[in-house]
Design a protein. Structure first.
Ligand code: TPP
Ligand code: MG
Length: 415
């Protein structure tokens, strides 16, 4: 569809014609802005949201410390962005699909993913749903309608358009929300996804967490436009910018987005303005590219404190409950971490099973070679790996030790 209005002078338009407002409800002290109205929110759901925010923060702090202690190889924190992620999840039906980037563990916490389930993934043990094949933080849950994370940026965005198109065809009244950073929005996949969603009118919510940085690159060096929101006009899509540290505003914004998506089969873009308070990941040190002063200014806008003030003012929460919750969560995170650390890794053979319907000869050969290597150099593998050879004896008894038959130091008492 194109417009037909004619003009007779070369009058160019620029993006400066648009000024995109930011939707806010809560002030930092927990009071509402003048004229603002809190969305309908029962006490139970308000506390479910707050508890999920605190549970995410506590897990993030503890797991980052575990990474520094050398217990965990890698970690990424959601710290500072809990309101954006959990406020959005809380606006959905629990059976709507969530496709996340990697910093949205809060949405999983909100849906009921347990600390045990997080820890099993982080340590890649035998109970990890991904069977230890992915690095830490690549969570996923079929039961909770949360697509497994994949590292290549923005791949989830066109997948969300496709998934939501399926939901439209199924006509089951569900939608998909897809989270991504403002950095990922620079990928071509973002544009393809928005265009196809608008053309095919699918129920998908594109939720951009504009946290100011793509690792060390500030958003000001990423795009010349006024954030990501104006791009929606290019695809003729509904768009709303929201204060991402204001959980009530995010909740109200996403509820309305869901209504448009599901009732009108139209995609919506939300840009949540927030800040990544922690490092990009455990491999990053932000002191090289941003100031402590900037971080402190955002720490003063902590989304947890903002919601807590609102809850306390309504008599729905108090300091004793806060203390008890923090203590319980800290204890739980430690207990579940210890349990997950002790569990053995998945069986080695699971590396190649269920990749294809049947194990292909090429994969079988690779597995056989890996086993041979483990038997030759057991000391080069983690302790658990040496016991990961359940069928070696059976296969050798059959006279089949693979192409690279070697002596077996493990079975000769090398352990
Ligand atoms: C295709 C691709 N390119 C580059 C990377 C490396 N990378 C990982 S995270 C990241 C920054 C993403 O920033 P943003 O989307 O803003 O998310 P944030 O980390 O701020 O939450 C980059 C460049 C990648 N994972 N995939
Ligand atoms: Mg970012």
């Amino acid at each position: 569809m194109t417009t037909t209005q004619d003009i007779y002078a070369p009058r160019f338009l620029s993006g400066d014609e648009f000024s995109i407002p930011t939707f806010r409800l809560l002030r930092q002290d927990g009071t509402l802005h003048e004229g603002a109205e809190a969305p309908a929110l029962a006490r139970d759901q308000a506390l479910r949201i707050y508890r999920a925010m605190v549970a995410t923060r506590v897990m993030d702090e503890r797991m980052m410390a575990a990474q520094r202690q050398g217990r965990l190889s890698f970690y990424m924190q959601c710290t500072g962005e809990e309101a954006a992620v959990i406020g959005a999840a809380a606006a959905l039906d629990d059976a709507d699909m969530i496709m996340a980037q990697y910093r949205e563990q809060g949405a999983l916490v909100y849906r009921g993913f347990s600390y045990d389930e997080f820890m099993n993934q982080l340590f890649g043990n035998e109970l990890d749903y991904g069977k230890g094949r992915q690095m830490p933080i690549h969570y996923g849950s079929r039961k909770l309608h949360y697509m497994t994370i994949s590292s290549p940026l923005a791949t989830q965005i066109p997948q969300a358009t496709g998934y939501a198109y399926g939901q439209k065809l199924a006509g089951d009244g569900h939608c998909t929300i897809v989270f991504f950073g403002e950095g990922a929005a620079s990928e071509g996949d973002f544009h393809a996804a928005l265009n196809m969603a608008a053309v095919h009118e699918v129920p998908v919510i594109f939720f951009c967490r504009n946290n100011g940085y793509a690792i060390s690159t500030p958003s000001i060096e990423q795009f010349a436009a006024d954030g990501v929101a104006p791009r929606a006009f290019g695809y003729r899509m509904h768009v709303l910018r929201v204060d991402g540290n204001d959980v009530l505003a995010v909740l109200a914004a996403t509820r309305e987005a869901r209504r448009i998506a599901v009732e009108q089969n139209k995609p919506v873009l939300i840009e949540a303005m927030t800040y990544r308070l922690a490092a990009h990941s455990s491999s990053d040190d932000p002191s090289g590219y941003r100031s402590k002063k900037e971080e402190e200014a955002w720490r003063d806008k902590d989304p947890l404190q903002r919601l807590k003030h609102w809850l306390v003012a309504r008599d729905w929460w108090d300091d004793d409950e806060e203390k008890a919750l923090q203590e319980t969560l800290r204890r739980e995170v430690l207990e579940t971490m210890k349990r997950a650390e002790k569990r053995p890794p998945p069986p080695l053979d699971s590396l190649v099973t269920d990749v294809y319907a049947d194990v292909t000869p090429a994969l079988q050969r690779q597995l056989d070679r890996l086993k041979t290597h483990i038997r030759l150099y057991p000391e080069a593998y983690p302790r658990g790996a040496r016991s990961l050879d359940p069928d070696v004896k059976a296969r050798e008894a059959d006279g089949d030790a693979g192409d690279d038959s070697v002596s077996d130091p493990v079975n000769q008492g090398g352990e």
